[in-house]
Each structure stands twice: as C-alpha cells, then as structure tokens.
Design a protein around this ligand. Structure first.
Ligand SMILES: NC(=O)C1=CN([C@@H]2O[C@H](COP(=O)(O)OP(=O)(O)OC[C@H]3O[C@@H](n4cnc5c(N)ncnc54)[C@H](OP(=O)(O)O)[C@@H]3O)[C@@H](O)[C@H]2O)C=CC1
Ligand SMILES: N[C@@H](CC(=O)OP(=O)(O)O)C(=O)O
Length: 359
C-alpha cells in the first residue's frame, strides 16, 4: 500500500454516490491506498437509506463491504465537515447550488459536473498540477468525458512536437455517458443518434482551456483561462452509439511544426508519454497512460475499455491524413478516465502538492 505524504488515511465523501459516476467512485475509492470513504450523499430520494437499498448497482464487481450499510445523507456540507476531499458525481441540475455551498463551507470539491468548468478560478484536469492559487474551499472540475479522452494523446503530441494548430474530432459515445437509465432502448438499439446536446461546444472550448494553460490576471492572480493564447482550433462532431461503456473518437490533427512528424514518430511519442501526475507519484495514474495498437482494427470498446482498469487510453490506426497531417482513433473509458478516475487523480495531485491539508 503506497503512503500519502503524511502517511495517514484521508477521509473522503462522495456526492451523487448512487449514480453511474458515483458507483465508479465507490468502486475505486474502496480500494484506494490513501482515501477512506467516510460519507455518501445523494438526493432526498436516497437519503436515510442504507447504500444497498438506495443504489441501483450496475458495476460488474459487488458493492464494496465498507459502504454496504452506510446510510446515504442529504448533500449538505454539515454531513461532510470531516472530509478532507469531496468527490462529486452530481447531476448537473443539482451540482451548481450544492457544490457552491460546499465551497463556501471551505470544503475541497473534485467534480465531474459541467457547471463550473468555465469559471476562470476553477482548474480543469491537468491544470490542477500547476500550483493553482486555490483558497481553502475550492472546486476542481474534470473536463467532459470525450474531451478528457482525446486531450491525453493531444497533450502527448504537443509535448513531443509543439503546438497543434487544427483538430477535427468525431465521437462515437457510449450510452452510459448519459447516466442511468440514460438513452431509451427504443432510441439507441439498431441506431446511431447524431446529436448530444452541448457536447460539441464543450469539446471545442474545454480543449483550449486545458491545453492553453494559465493566464496572469491584471491583479497578479493567476486564472485558468478558457481564452488562453493557444493556436488550436477544434471542430467536434458527437454521436451516440449502441455501446455500453467507452467513447471512441476519430481524430485528425495539423501541427504547427513543418514538416510534421511521421506516423511512426507519432506512435513513438504516444508510447513514450509519461503524464506529469505519474512522475510525481499519483497512485491512480497508470504506468502506461496510452497504449498504441498496431492491429488495423483496434481499439474497440468491447475489447479495450478496461485497459489499465479504465484509467489508460487506447490509440490505433495512426496514419497520414491527406487533409490535415496525421489521423488516429482513440478509445477512452468515459466513466473511469473520463470521469471518476480523473477526479481521483486530481485529488491525489492536490494532496501531493499540499493544496489539500491532511489533518
Ligand atoms: N456518465 C458519464 O460517463 C459522465 C458523467 N459526467 C457528469 O457526472 C455527473 C454525474 O453523471 P452520472 O453519474 O452519469 O449521472 P446519474 O444520473 O447516473 O447520477 C446522478 C446522481 O446525482 C444525484 N442527484 C440527482 N439530483 C440530486 C439532487 N437534487 N440532490 C442531490 N443529489 C442529486 C443522484 O442521486 P439519486 O440516486 O438519489 O437520484 C445520483 O447519485 C453529471 O454531472 C454528468 O454530466 C461527466 C463525465 C462522464
Ligand atoms: N455528455 C457526456 C457525459 C457528460 O455528462 O458530460 P458533461 O459532464 O460534459 O455534461 C456523454 O454523453 O457521454
């Protein structure tokens, strides 16, 4: 078992613990080396019930014994006061007010909900690395699950070859992305739905906020700038497909560097990529963040969505693009690296950087 900097177990709470992302949090945190699940929160429909009765458990492993009899609480800060870290898998309709109340109560929230992603005081995924000037109560958000999945290889490519100038991305997104019960069977079986409300816009601006970095404000306070000075322009097309878990994305990129890297150089850069969070010792970051397939028909969601327990991403079909420079296919587990795992990595970073104080 790895030790956090203080060698103590860290009490954590989960908001939205009964949902699709909440269940993944429960599964991952029940076996986490530093974090101990202390409180579970959900809506008034679930509050007051033991977790086993409140949840419609949809994971392939049993409900962990540590939470089975835990009584689910209302999402009120008073129930979470002893938690050093609070993870949120709240429905976006509820997350705005609840997460704001938790932040005001000086609690540290690591959220999957979209509500605060545009807030310049809120970092998105790896921006949490960069010594954010966070107050005691703060929110760190994940990006959208599709954004996170394809930003990982984009980040690896920028690290190796400098800025990417243009990117076209077409997604084939799993049904679980819409939560439970999600898209009705009659709409999705034998079908593809070429529209997911708000998704394309999120992919287009979140990518810039993540890769664009941190801006210096007039008053010297650093902000996480969604209009960051990054040359990249993204065009996203998002589709829902009859897959349970795992978002597949076809990506084409143009580099600023001329001549651009060859497909073989791109493959090597993706394989060699070590995320910063891994080098500083976050236990949930996989040893190999990106797996590059050589077979022409991979990655596939059914075969590859559990690569590194869902924390890694799979890339395949790296080849020349006759319109931009290089194209490839990415597969990311939307519920793991696209949601719960990313939040957990953000919280691990915050602990290692001393942003979260362990009492
Ligand atoms: N599914 C995915 O792949 C991804 C989801 N996200 C985001 O993560 C969040 C959770 O998504 P997901 O798990 O799919 O959603 P679900 O619908 O499966 O779960 C929603 C959770 O929110 C709780 N909740 C709903 N209303 C309230 C309320 N008024 N007060 C307190 N709790 C409430 C529910 O509790 P109860 O059971 O009691 O109703 C449940 O625990 C969303 O914001 C989503 O956009 C982000 C990335 C990927
Ligand atoms: N909309 C995503 C999941 C999601 O909830 O995204 P966001 O947190 O950006 O609203 C999907 O359907 O797969």
């Amino acid at each position: 078992m790895s030790k956090n900097p203080d060698g103590k177990q860290i009490k954590v709470g989960i908001l939205g613990a009964t949902g699709t992302v909440g269940q993944r949090f429960v599964t991952l945190l029940a076996k986490h080396p530093w974090f101990t699940i202390h409180v579970l929160g959900a809506s008034s429909r679930s509050a007051g019930k033991p977790y086993t009765l409140a949840v419609m458990w949809k994971q392939t492993t049993p409900i962990p014994s540590v939470v089975r009899d835990m009584i689910v609480r209302e999402c009120h800060p008073k129930h979470f006061a002893e938690c050093a870290v609070i993870f949120s898998g709240l429905d976006a309709d509820a997350a705005g007010d609840i997460e704001s109340a938790f932040r005001s109560a000086d609690l540290a929230i690591f959220s999957n909900a979209k509500n605060y992603r545009r807030d310049p005081s809120v970092p998105l995924i790896q921006q949490a690395l960069q010594n954010p000037p966070l107050k005691k109560g703060f929110i760190v958000t994940n990006a959208n699950c599709s954004t996170t999945g394809y930003v990982i290889p984009l980040r690896a490519l920028e690290k190796a070859f400098g800025p990417i100038e243009s990117c076209l991305v077409t997604t084939m997104q799993a049904i679980s992305g819409a939560g439970y019960p999600g898209v009705p069977g009659l709409d999705i079986i034998d079908n593809v739905v070429p529209y997911i409300g708000g998704e394309e816009e999120k992919m287009e601006w979140e990518t810039l906020k993540i890769l664009g970095g941190i801006a210096d404000g007039d008053d010297g306070v650093k902000t996480f700038d969604m209009h960051a000075r990054h040359p990249l322009r993204v065009s996203a097309s998002c589709n829902r497909v009859p897959v349970i878990d795992g978002h597949t994305m076809c990506v084409s990129v143009r580099f600023q560097q001329k001549p651009p890297p060859s497909p073989q150089q791109v493959r090597e850069a993706l394989v060699a990529y070590t995320p910063e969070a891994q080098s500083i010792g976050c236990p949930s970051v996989p040893v190999h963040a990106i797996f590059v397939h050589e077979e022409p028909d991979r990655p596939q969601p059914r075969l590859d969505r559990y690569y590194q327990d869902g924390a890694g991403v799979s890339v395949g079909r790296v080849r020349q693009c006759p319109v931009l420079d290089i194209k490839f296919v990415v597969l990311a587990n939307n519920v793991s690296i696209g949601a719960a795992t990313s939040s957990i990595i953000n919280a691990e970073l915050a602990v290692l950087k001393g942003v979260v104080k362990v009492e």
